[in-house]
Write a protein that binds this ligand. Structure first.
Ligand SMILES: *Cc1c(COP(=O)(O)O)cnc(C)c1O
Length: 426
């Protein structure tokens, strides 16, 4: 065992979100197939959380693999300033007509956090680029609006607009100021609308995770209240940024979570399932109006942002292949099936009076709190559940004492049953 992967890892690797002082050795995964991950000894685990919410068609999909291989032989990468290529253009052409709202330009980056950074920078510079610079009241639009319990990523800009939980604490003093409002409900909406009235003319943008705040604890947001909030925010000409990094590509039952809403975003952020969960790619799509504010003879109005791997051709090709699979493998029907199964399980939970608190579901996502008294991300119960599930060949990773499922769409009924049976025993 001395030269096992876990052992070599221990000497060389610093893992994300891991306290190395007391973390168990990581499980060395040798391969993946469908909803299953296989470790070095051949033991399999059902990937019940889609490997941090990215995998949609399952692991090791032969069609995506073939497309990636073919693209890699043809063109693996090229700088995206002053150059373009077929996969990037084709992906933009395919996405623009299906994205919610009237989005007309695609900006590429590498991941969810950068997709969000780009969106915030676009919104801030949009207002800077306006000829007058100021609003009618003579105030600059400097304020940024976000929701409590939101999570938008781990870079400085995205941390600034996220809930200041334990992930962010050490950096708190280095972040910019944001107005945080509660997620809207029928009870608090009037108060929130009054607040928007008071700050609206000074506010540059509002960022939100439509319908589902994932990392913040799998909180559902009431769509009617969110629509009312967005209507008010739009009436103040505030730029609406939908962070659909996690909710896109049928994760919540519709192509995009914004499809549940009447009010559509001016900017949308995508990543995670974009490539079917195979490669790192981020997208920030914006309306023509936003794009045009950057088109000028004045060089200062340029959007000076880009990454080495912007629009990587292999990642764009993986996304094109994933979009093909959404059609050919009938992803919407698969998601609907998972949704039905989750619903059946939740009614069973109710009948059996199992001790799940606040059980809820949306699309492929099912979540509940355990009855543990101590909450929060560091709650010990999540770790115990993670360990017990692994012993049973199921990979779950609760957020504190919030247990959730978010399986790849290819998960079989038998695999779902195994997970439900495990949950029933909690
Ligand atoms: C995961 C996530 C991000 C960050 O994406 P990364 O690719 O991990 O940087 C941003 N927003 C939401 C809603 C997410 O779930």
């Amino acid at each position: 065992m001395r030269h096992s992967l876990s052992n070599r890892d221990h000497h060389a690797i610093w893992h994300p979100y891991t306290q190395h002082k007391n973390a168990r050795p990581p499980i060395a995964i040798a391969k993946g197939k469908g909803a299953l991950l296989y470790d070095e000894s051949g033991k399999s685990y059902i990937d019940a959380i889609s490997s941090w919410w990215v995998t949609i068609h399952g692991h090791g999909h032969p069609y995506i693999a073939r497309r990636i291989y073919e693209q890699a032989k043809k063109l693996e990468h090229v700088i995206f300033a002053g150059f373009t290529h077929e996969p990037a253009v084709q992906l933009a052409e395919r996405l623009l007509p299906i994205l919610p709202g009237k989005l007309s330009k695609i900006f590429y980056s590498d991941n969810g956090s950068t997709a969000v950074e780009v969106a915030i920078k676009m919104a801030i510079q949009f207002w800077k680029n306006q000829r007058t610079f100021t609003t009618l009241k003579g105030q600059k639009r400097r304020r940024v609006l976000a929701l409590r319990h939101s999570y938008h990523g781990d870079t400085f800009g995205s941390m600034s607009i996220s809930e200041k939980g334990i992930f962010i604490k050490p950096f708190k003093d280095y972040l910019f100021n944001v107005d945080f409002i509660e997620a809207p409900t029928p009870q608090n909406i009037e108060e929130i609308l009054r607040f928007i009235d008071s700050v609206g003319s000074q506010t540059a943008c509002f960022i939100y995770e439509p319908l589902l705040q994932a990392a913040g604890g799998m909180n559902l947001i009431d769509p009617l209240s969110l629509d009312r909030l967005l209507t008010k925010i739009k009436s103040k000409n505030i730029i609406c940024i939908a962070d659909e990094v996690m909710t896109g590509f049928y994760r919540t039952g519709k192509f995009f979570a914004s499809d549940y809403l009447v009010q559509k975003p001016d900017i949308i952020c995508l990543s995670k399932g974009l490539t079917g969960g195979t490669m790192a790619l981020g997208i920030t799509a914006a309306t023509e109006q936003i794009f045009e504010a950057f088109c000028s003879d004045d060089q200062w109005k340029t959007f000076f942002h880009g990454h080495s791997f912007t629009a990587n051709p292999i990642a764009c090709t993986a996304s094109l292949a994933s979009l093909d699979l959404i059609d050919t493998e009938k992803s919407p029907a698969k998601v609907a099936r998972i949704e039905d199964r989750h619903r059946d399980f939740l009614s069973l939970v109710k009948n059996k009076k199992l001790k799940f608190r606040n059980a809820r579901q949306l699309g492929t996502v099912l979540a509940f709190e355990t009855t543990a008294k101590k909450g929060g991300y560091l709650a010990g119960e999540g770790k115990v559940i993670n360990r017990r599930a692994l012993e049973r060949g199921i990979f779950l990773r609760p957020l504190g004492n919030t247990v959730y499922l978010m399986p790849p769409y290819c998960i079989t009924d038998r695999q779902l049953n195994r997970i439900y049976a495990f949950l029933e025993e909690l």
